[in-house]
Design a protein around this ligand. Structure first.
Ligand SMILES: Nc1ncnc2c1ncn2[C@@H]1O[C@H](COP(=O)(O)OP(=O)(O)O)[C@@H](O)[C@H]1O
Ligand SMILES: [Mg+2]
Length: 374
């Protein structure tokens, strides 16, 4: 996966933007408020169907525009154009791939695997389980065939079970049928997650060891229900308690990743800086495992690199990214902090986001820096 052309219109302050990124490291510099994060946001919307800054995509539409369109061409034989459009007047995100409308977000996500490292990233550790579950499922989805289908079926069964639980008079037959369905697909989801974890953990530990010495840190998967019992059993036995709560309290929808240092949750022990390194290792490990198992590379979006990591860790982080040979977009206000950490032979494409006189941000390819080894 490699983007060889990007064209955005109507995205925040970015104005019309159409450029050819490099297949490797793209460095984006610009003053505060120039539109660097918006550029990454556009890529994130393209690959994930949602922004990392706002829940409501309409807020990302430029104030003076009626819609935004985000387009990327993925290199290949033939190349694959992908695009999304969000009109202010319509609530839906229109998605296209290869000239055709697509209805499932999963198709977009599959086409453009990406990971984001930004100043909010440490929330992966301290935030609610949903974020960690999403991180986990991103990996399983890209690597394990059949995961999406199993998860969709489990979710559907869960929705029906929850609706029945809330219903005054419960139809016992329907409930049993949906429980069976949820148990079947929920166990499948759990198996795939578990298999994925078994390959992820060693990659993560190896990546972490290169960034920071924390030999006691353990990453563990918790499946969301009792280890000793089948999901079917848990659902049957939990019926009346679930009915009182009005929702299903145990199941794959409650899965989590537990990150501990010795016996304590890592967030309680680690400094903010250490947390950022752990999160960086998690995110880099996702891309490394994707590459190892599928041969596909992951797109990296790194917002405000110097805010994330100090000079020494920036260097290690960038060396890891280099070794992965993936495409990356990395922003900063500081030119030197962006250029410094790379090996001298790594080609760097530098772009400068400038405020145009009209107020719209413009992306001006500033220079193609191409160091050669001595
Ligand atoms: N919907 C919008 N329409 C137009 N401009 C916007 C919109 N939302 C935010 N902005 C402006 O876009 C600018 C770019 O912000 P941002 O991408 O965060 O810049 P940077 O990351 O370079 O500091 C900010 O000046 C902000 O005020
Ligand atoms: Mg920013």
């Amino acid at each position: 996966m490699l983007i060889d052309r990007l064209a955005f219109t109507g995205l925040r302050n970015l104005g019309m933007l159409d450029f050819t990124p490099s297949s490797g490291i793209n460095l984006i510099v610009g003053r505060n408020g120039s539109g660097k994060t918006s550029l990454l946001e556009g890529l994130h919307i393209l690959g994930m169907g949602r922004s990392f800054r706002t829940r409501q995509l309409k807020h990302a539409i430029a104030h003076d525009a009626e819609e935004m369109t985000l387009f990327a061409r993925l290199a290949g034989e033939p190349p694959l154009p992908i695009g999304v459009r969000r009109a202010r007047a319509l609530a839906e995100l229109e998605m296209r791939m290869g000239g055709e409308r697509v209805s499932r977000l999963a198709q977009l996500i599959e086409a453009l695997p990406l990971q984001l490292v930004n100043p909010d990233a440490f929330r992966l550790l301290e935030g609610p389980p949903a974020g960690r579950r999403e991180f986990l499922d991103w990996g399983v989805f890209h690597v394990k065939h059949g995961f999406y289908d199993a998860w969709r079926r489990a979710k559907r069964a869960l929705k029906h079970r929850n609706a029945l639980l809330r219903h005054g008079r419960m139809d016992a037959n329907s409930l049993a049928a949906w429980e069976q369905e949820l148990a079947l697909w929920g166990e499948r989801v759990d198996n795939l997650r578990r298999e994925w974890m078994a390959s992820f953990v060693p990659v993560f530990e190896e990546t972490l060891a290169r960034l920071i010495e924390l030999p006691e840190l353990r990453l563990r998967y918790s499946r969301g229900w009792d280890k000793q019992r089948s999901l079917q059993e848990v659902l049957e036995q939990g019926r009346s308690a679930d009915q009182q709560m009005g929702f299903t309290q145990n199941g794959p929808q409650r899965a989590d990743l537990r990150i501990r240092l010795g016996r304590r949750p890592a967030v309680e022990v680690l400094s903010r800086g250490q947390q950022k390194l752990v999160v960086s290792a998690l995110k880099l490990a996702q891309g490394r495992l994707l590459e190892l198992t599928t041969g596909r590379s992951c797109l990296y979006l790194v917002d405000d690199l110097p805010a994330e990591l100090d000079a020494e860790h920036r260097r290690v982080f960038c060396r890891l990214l280099e070794s992965m040979r993936c495409q990356a977009f990395i922003t900063s206000v500081e030119h030197d902090a962006l250029v410094g950490p790379w090996q001298s032979h790594t080609p760097l494409a530098m772009f400068h986001v400038k405020q145009a006189s009209s107020g719209a941000g413009q992306l001006v390819p500033q220079a193609q820096i191409d160091f050669t080894t001595e």
